[in-house]
Design a protein around this ligand. Sequence first.
Ligand SMILES: [Zn+2]
Length: 125
Amino acid sequence: MLKAETVCRECNKTNEVFEGILKNVTAYDKDGIEIYLLCYTCPLCGTLNVVQIDNAITNRTLAECKRILRYGMRENGTAKNSMKKKYNKLCKKLSAQRQLLNKSYSGAELFDSAGETFIKSLTLS
Ligand SMILES: [Zn+2]
């Protein structure tokens, strides 16, 4: 689901992203709604790059995906197939929700918990 490489929005360096450099940060939009950012700091120029954003809605869908994956694997035959179908449907739903989220927060200003500007204009790497 996650890209292995992204290009830094500041210096155009191609960075490999892996779990070790990615961090989860909670930010807030202008209405105070929590947004969960998956981001990394570019090793060349120090710019914070956001690779994925989630909110309460996508997190709920993601949790449901994981739950089906976990329990669905125990099933056999038809039950397993119907779980698989359900899982694929949820994955589609999740990516549609994320696309919508990306669109609605493109260029948005985000704040940290102290109310300071955290990101001036959100762009996804
Ligand atoms: Zn950079």
